[in-house]
Design a protein around this ligand. Structure first.
Ligand SMILES: Cc1cc2nc3c(=O)[nH]c(=O)nc-3n(C[C@H](O)[C@H](O)[C@H](O)COP(=O)(O)OP(=O)(O)OC[C@H]3O[C@@H](n4cnc5c(N)ncnc54)[C@H](O)[C@@H]3O)c2cc1C
Length: 382
């Protein structure tokens, strides 16, 4: 593995990282091809990950979590990439949904959902995107209207990670005037056994084939009025914005580990593949391409490590979160593309990990806010 040792790693994290790697190698990697063909990971894998202490690692022990921090989450994300385990929606479940509930939920909400999320009994999704709007979140049209002690939800969501598995969904709704902007947005919790909730297609994607990414439908779904996250309506947009730097940094962690994994498999390949009587690595072009890739990966890791440290100190700004996501994801796609080229035709075959890495990497520039939206955010702060 070409990855540099990060300054934020310590002995405890090294041991944790090793145990995560072994868990993935034992419980995920042997099944990943089958899961990719099925378009979904076995439901039991979530429970096994819960038993192994890999779910909700940043959640305090009193709510069933492991009481760790962002660095533990980063270790899990890295090992997914380094072991070539593709398509697990834990980044959404543990990295986004659980921190929302912990950060904004009432005590009752935290106790109701977090312990079950930590064991894998509940899989969680967050549903922001709709067929008519993604980047422009304020334009969501799903509504949650008061009716006595209930909220009645109507609308449609799409591209939702964990959409097929989800038992619990954080739904971005308009609680006030549907045409109104940010101040009318609330995060409403929906349990998947609520009447009127329906899952649509498990969408057929370019990459991340084992991930269940789905349409979701809400037709007069009735939930208790106190299922608004945090209890107060109209705070959803603020809640979403607060979490963004952290969410974008975890995508950046995956991007950097992804480029390291791509370089790793490529170095192995060019050492053994021969053309014109010598190993591909003996061509100066191969050496230069891989030298450029390695330089980019090392710069990316060094930069990322600084931002992880800044996040730990509570100093990472939304602009920096956007910079991290933009630059690492764009660089990942560039690096993986260059690596794939060195495989020739084999690079285009899904049986080689580089083909899968190429297909998986592409979405990094789209989800969690597109590269263009990252540029807008950075430009706004100039
Ligand atoms: C595999 C996958 C998993 C996902 N998981 C989830 C999930 O779990 N939950 C969820 O809610 N969503 C999820 N998404 C949705 C994802 O976040 C959106 O696709 C993304 O935010 C872009 O929204 P959109 O697709 O509607 O594109 P649009 O917003 O329609 O954008 C189309 C193009 O226009 C550009 N554009 C838009 N506005 C501007 C502007 N102001 N200036 C310049 N360019 C602009 C965009 O950058 C893009 O290139 C997922 C998507 C994928 C593909």
């Amino acid at each position: 593995m070409i990855a540099l040792k990060s300054g934020w790693m310590d002995e405890e994290l090294e041991i944790f990282s090793d145990s995560v790697r072994k868990f993935f190698e034992r419980e995920a990697v042997p099944h990943n091809e089958r899961w990719s063909k099925a378009g979904i990971i076995d439901r039991s894998f979530w429970n096994k990950a819960g038993d192994a202490g890999l779910l909700c690692v940043t959640i305090p022990e009193e709510y069933g979590g492991a009481g760790g921090g962002f660095r533990h989450e980063a270790v899990i994300t890295q090992q997914e990439q380094w072991t070539h385990f593709s398509g697990w929606g834990n980044g959404v479940h543990s990295g986004i949904c659980a921190p929302y509930i912990l950060g904004y939920g009432t005590e009752e909400q935290k106790k109701r959902w977090l312990p079950k999320m930590a064991t894998g009994e509940l899989v969680c999704a967050i549903a922001m995107t709709e067929p008519g709007t993604g980047s422009d979140l304020q334009a969501v049209r799903t509504t949650a209207k008061r009716d006595g002690n209930s909220l009645v939800i109507n609308g449609q969501k799409t591209f939702i990670t964990n959409g097929q598995h989800a038992d619990l969904i954080i739904v971005v709704c308009k609680t006030g005037d549907a045409a109104g902007g940010a101040k009318n947005i609330s995060l409403v919790m929906v349990e998947a056994d609520s009447p009127g909730f329906r899952r649509g297609r498990n969408l057929d994607k370019v990459g991340l084939h084992a991930a269940d990414t789905s349409e979701l439908f809400f037709d007069d779904v009735r939930v208790p009025a106190d299922y608004v996250l945090g209890g107060d309506e109209g705070r959803g947009f603020y809640q979403l914005m607060q979490q963004l730097p952290r969410e974008r940094l975890i995508i950046a962690v995956g991007a950097v580990a992804g480029m390291e994994a791509a370089i790793d498999v490529t170095v192995d390949y060019v050492k053994q593949r021969k053309a014109f009587g010598k190993a591909l690595l003996d061509f100066q072009n191969t050496q230069f391409v891989l030298a450029d890739c390695k330089a980019e990966a090392v710069v990316a890791r060094t930069f990322l490590d600084e931002y992880i440290t800044r996040l730990g100190r509570g100093e990472l700004t939304p602009e920096e979160g956007a910079i991290a996501k933009l630059w690492t994801c764009e660089t990942q796609c560039r690096v993986v593309d260059k690596c794939l080229q060195l495989f020739g035709g084999y690079g285009y075959m899904m049986e080689y990990p580089i083909g899968r890495m190429y297909a998986d990497a592409r979405v990094q520039r789209i989800y969690g806010g597109t590269s263009e939206i990252m540029r807008l955010l950075i430009a706004r702060a100039l």
